[in-house]
Design a protein. Structure first.
Length: 114
């Protein structure tokens, strides 16, 4: 009987590919939830959570950059008096503040994916 583990060229033990039904399928009576499959493919809950947090932080960083650019463009076409009363510029400023704070603090725990 084999142990189900094989060595690679570096001598590191890796798990042999499983045959159907996979380990994840054996845990559930019906089809495995998509989140459980995704979590398994990513390498576990900790890795999946770290990837989700990184993706959320990167998204908020990109959205903050877009809002900053939009506010700068809007401010450039308005007079100082009009800029102080412009609802569009106010919205862009609030959006920028939100996405900056979310990018800096890491956007919380990220979405639940497992």
């Amino acid at each position: 009987m084999t142990s189900g583990r094989t060595g690679n060229s570096l001598g590191v033990m890796t798990r042999a590919p499983s045959t159907y039904p996979s380990d994840i399928d054996l845990r559930y009576d019906g089809p495995a939830p998509a989140g459980a499959r995704r979590c398994g493919r990513l390498g576990g809950r900790k890795v999946a959570d770290a990837l989700a947090r990184t993706a959320a932080r990167d998204l908020h960083g990109r959205l903050a950059a877009e809002a900053r650019l939009g506010a700068a463009r809007r401010r450039r076409i308005l007079s100082p008096l009009a800029a102080a009363q412009d609802p569009w510029l106010l919205r862009l400023t609030a959006t920028l503040a939100h996405h900056r704070s979310m990018a800096v603090r890491g956007a919380g725990t990220g979405p639940e994916i497992c």
